[in-house]
Design a binder for this molecule. Structure first.
Ligand code: GN1
Ligand code: MG
Length: 397
């Protein structure tokens, strides 16, 4: 039989996480721009068990061990609230023999080496600069949620948006009494839009690959909106918006729904759960799914805000969070959608300028195309700001 290095690595990882049986099937799960995930099925002679095996991008998540600790605390907090033990409604991370919910490995001598085999001193050295090398890899393994489905876009379905709003609204509500001081910021300044704009301006000035000339119009569009970009940061500084614990990456593909009933089962990708604003979570789903084209649509004419989908999401979200948000927060929701969209445009474009180090790309100008699509959506959101606010008022009453 031909050797298959991916299969061998996944089989090794499953053994380290003490999963019995033989790896009979795996496939790459293509969504997500940062981490790399595989579906894996193992058969132990009696039953088939299915898992998600995921390599965490250490360059992006500089303190992955702390991040796994965050996730552990958050999933436990939610579990305690829910009192439901149904396996399909929770994320369960498996542990290695030394009790870690992660595994750090490297390829060695045609096989693999687990960092736990090294001395504490050697381990510490690797952990310190783990993000800046590619030799050591950070992996985790959790339960695969059966008969579930996720949505890359809402595909025009208002019901998907309504249910997504309910799911993220409930998630925000469940975390309202979570003590944020327990969390390590997995990515500092993640939605600090002022900081993001400063980094972007630095990327433009340095222009290390000479790409800025090919993106002049897009750069100008971002720079002319610097003041608007700072809106939420100014409100935070003025103490006008309360800091909550938020998900911060609320794309609809981060919710697993029951395939038959569309019941939201579980929210995944908790990597960026950190202190944040309610409007980040509200806004990022709007950006991703309440629109008429995909995040990387090449034809910007096709990219518009879809107010029917916006309305559906608002209804779902406020059915959970309506009684929790104060009036300043409610008013920030529509602005949040536009700020998050502009912020992501600057992140995509900044990454394009420095050589695509952060977001995975499928073709050379992918990040530029993504930035253009986000800017088109941003423009349409600004045109419909008052419409968005009116819908929020309607459901927020
Ligand atoms: C990244 O990896 P993924 O697809 O969950 C990014 C988000 C962006 C998103 C855009 C850690 O999310 O912030 O909004 O791409 N995640 C991180 O699709 O930077
Ligand atoms: Mg993510």
């Amino acid at each position: 039989m031909q050797s298959d290095p991916v299969r061998e690595k996944l089989a090794y990882i499953c053994r380290q996480f003490r999963i019995p049986g033989e790896l009979i099937l795996y496939r790459l799960i293509p969504n997500g721009h940062i981490n790399t995930a595989y579906y894996a099925a193992l058969y132990d002679g009696k039953e088939v068990r299915q898992f998600l095996v995921q390599r965490v991008n250490w360059y992006v998540f500089r303190e992955p061990v702390s991040m796994m600790h965050n996730i552990d605390l958050i999933t436990r907090h939610i579990m305690n609230k829910e009192r439901t033990l149904e396996r399909r409604r929770r994320l369960h991370f498996h542990h290695t023999a030394s009790g870690n919910n992660y595994l750090i490995l490297r390829e060695k001598d045609g096989g693999f080496e687990n960092i736990e085999e090294l001395s504490p001193d050697e381990r510490e050295k690797i952990m310190e600069n783990g993000w800046s090398q590619t030799e050591w890899e950070f992996w985790r393994l959790y339960n695969y949620i059966e008969n579930s489905v996720s949505f890359e876009t809402a595909e025009g379905k208002a019901e998907v948006l309504r249910m997504s709003g309910k799911a993220f609204g409930k998630f925000n509500r469940q975390l309202r009494d979570f003590d944020a001081s327990q969390l390590v910021e997995s990515i500092p300044h993640f939605h600090d839009t002022v900081y993001r704009m400063e980094s972007f301006q630095r990327n433009v000035e340095e222009d290390p690959l000479g790409r800025a000339a090919s993106a002049g119009a897009e750069i100008a569009r971002i720079l002319e909106n610097l003041d608007f970009a700072g809106t939420l940061c100014r409100q935070i500084d003025a103490g006008e918006l309360p800091i909550r614990v938020t998900h911060n990456d609320t794309k609809t593909n981060n919710i697993l729904f029951d395939r038959d009933t569309l019941d939201p089962l579980v929210i995944i990708d908790l990597d960026t759960c950190m202190p944040g604003l309610a409007c980040y979570d509200f806004g990022d789903t709007i950006r991703f799914a309440a629109c008429t084209a995909e995040e990387d649509e090449r034809d910007c004419e096709k990219m518009k805000l879809d107010l029917t989908l916006f309305k559906a999401y608002t209804e779902g979200y406020l059915s959970e969070m309506g009684g929790v948000l104060d009036s300043a927060e409610r008013q920030s929701l529509a602005v949040g959608a536009a700020v998050i969209t502009l912020e992501l445009a600057s992140r995509f474009l900044g990454d394009y300028l420095v050589g695509d180090k952060y977001f995975r790309i499928d073709y050379p100008e992918h990040n530029l195309v993504r930035a253009r699509a986000q800017l088109a959506l941003f423009r349409d959101m600004m045109l419909h700001m008052e419409d968005m606010k009116a819908i929020i008022e309607e459901y927020g009453r």
